[in-house]
Design a protein around this ligand. Structure first.
Ligand code: HEC
Ligand code: HEC
Length: 390
């Protein structure tokens, strides 16, 4: 906790409230420049109003065009920065965030209609059930699982996993992670067991570790191409206001240096039927795989690079021989065999739940059927033949 004497806090809070509405101080976010606060409420990112969990003033909710798949969990993401500082725009990389930034991601599931709060049965959906404009979550309609924080301190980013209690009144720091048994129930009643894994604090680096040597952490999602989309904000009077996120971040002073929206890159939403299969597949691989599958990521030894700007077919897996043959490849020959998803290693590993085979290797216990179907469709529409040089 930042230690400031009582009067200074009052004066500072008044000044901040008057000039920006970033809500730091007594009624707003409490930034902790050191230590690992034991409870999520110690940060005061959220309040509960009339049974709804809402971000406090200045805590800006955001969405990505295509999210990471995590056992069908829904995610509420927020960003907050202290007074007087902003993130610097980057065209391709994660924005450059200032010291004091707090980014949160809350994982939850919509509850089944009529299901009591004590059960493990939750809705398997990719819709927006339980979620209100402006990022509010109706507590009777959702099962909160965990809230992850990435906090930018002087020494770099710190990752903190908080797990919600059954009463949904508090989330506690769980540095050793947790396992949450769930039954995912689809709208038509089909059931699938899942063992949702809250990562332990060291596993955060397995995906957020951008520098393999120093194991330095960094955010993954807040890049121009993922944020360039509309979001339903709510103003002080409760009026819903749809705005582009890049413009909104700029307007509230959280982002500097962004060009006009037409010049900001954008990846497709993976379930957007109006985008091409190619665009949707590349967006999906970008957010689900490229944090590891890049020249500097934890999957770099594979030689498979899956970011949306990679244009060399071999790097993307096309007619690429695997680094090791056999078991992990399902005895398939190449990463991608054009036109033939059933012969491609990419889809074999995405459709597997075997810990020694499955991709991503962290962060899921069930298969993302819609994701696998998309990558299969993309491979199916590719022309060429590996034996004649692609
Ligand atoms: C399986 C890989 C993986 C693991 C493990 C993982 N993350 Fe993430 N995380 C991601 C990806 C990918 C995103 C961006 C996509 C999204 O939000 O859907 C993300 C997003 C986030 C965000 C929102 C800001 C951002 O980076 O986009 C926070 C906060 C976060 N993670 C915290 C954590 C913490 C804390 C841990 C460890 C307890 C952790 N993550 C473990 C992959 C992972
Ligand atoms: C948490 C890091 C991580 C994530 C996320 C991840 N991978 Fe991997 N992947 C690896 C590592 C490490 C290897 C090399 C070891 C192995 O083959 O298991 C690998 C290997 C592979 C291989 C074999 C490559 C070869 O040519 O031998 C394929 C195919 C693959 N991954 C596909 C994917 C896909 C598709 C995704 C996203 C849906 C994904 N991976 C996400 C870490 C990751």
């Amino acid at each position: 906790m930042r230690q400031v004497s009582g009067w200074a806090v009052v004066v500072l809070a008044a000044v901040l409230a008057a000039c920006t509405g970033r809500g730091e101080g007594a009624d707003g976010v409490r930034f902790h420049a050191e230590g690992q606060p034991a409870q999520l409420s110690d940060w005061h990112l959220f309040d509960v109003h009339e049974g709804t969990l809402v971000p406090v003033e200045g805590v800006l909710p955001y969405d990505l065009n295509t999210p990471l798949f995590t056992d069908y969990a829904h995610k509420l993401r927020t960003v907050w920065m202290p007074e007087g500082v902003a993130a610097a725009y980057r065209e391709d990389e994660t924005f450059e965030f200032p010291v004091g930034t707090v980014i949160s991601k809350t994982f939850y599931y919509p509850r089944l209609p009529g299901e009591s709060s004590g059960t493990d049965r939750v809705l398997r959906s990719e819709g927006s059930e339980g979620r209100l404009p402006g990022g509010g979550l109706r507590l009777d309609d959702v099962r909160l699982i965990e809230t992850r924080l990435l906090v930018r301190r002087e020494e770099g980013w710190v990752a903190l996993p908080y797990v919600w209690n059954a009463e949904q009144t508090e989330a506690r720091l769980m540095r050793s992670g947790d396992l949450v048994p769930l039954t995912l129930v689809s709208a038509d009643g089909e059931e699938e067991p899942a063992t949702y894994a809250v990562p332990d604090q060291n596993q955060c680096a397995g995906c957020h570790g951008v520098d393999l040597q120093s194991r330095t952490l960094a955010p993954i999602g807040p890049k121009a191409r993922h944020l360039n989309r509309d979001f339903d904000y709510v103003d002080g009077d409760g009026v819903v206001l749809q705005a582009n996120q890049i413009e909104r971040w700029t307007e509230v002073g959280y982002l500097e240096g962004a060009p006009s929206v037409g010049d900001v890159p954008r990846v497709a939403r993976f379930h957007d039927g109006s985008a091409t299969v190619e665009a949707r597949a590349r967006s999906y691989l970008d957010i689900n795989c490229s944090h590891c599958h890049s020249p500097s990521g934890p999957g770099n030894t594979s030689g498979l690079w899956l970011a949306s700007d990679v244009d060399e077919p071999l790097r993307l897996g096309r007619c690429k021989l695997p680094i090791a043959a056999g078991y992990g490849t399902g005895n398939r020959q190449y990463g991608i065999v054009p036109g033939d998803p059933d012969a491609s290693i990419l889809t074999f590993r995405m459709a597997s739940n075997d810990p020694g085979v499955m991709m991503p290797e962290l962060g899921r216990s069930v298969v993302h059927r819609e994701g696998v179907a998309l990558i299969e469709a993309w491979i199916r529409q590719q022309d060429g033949d590996c034996d004649t040089g692609g």
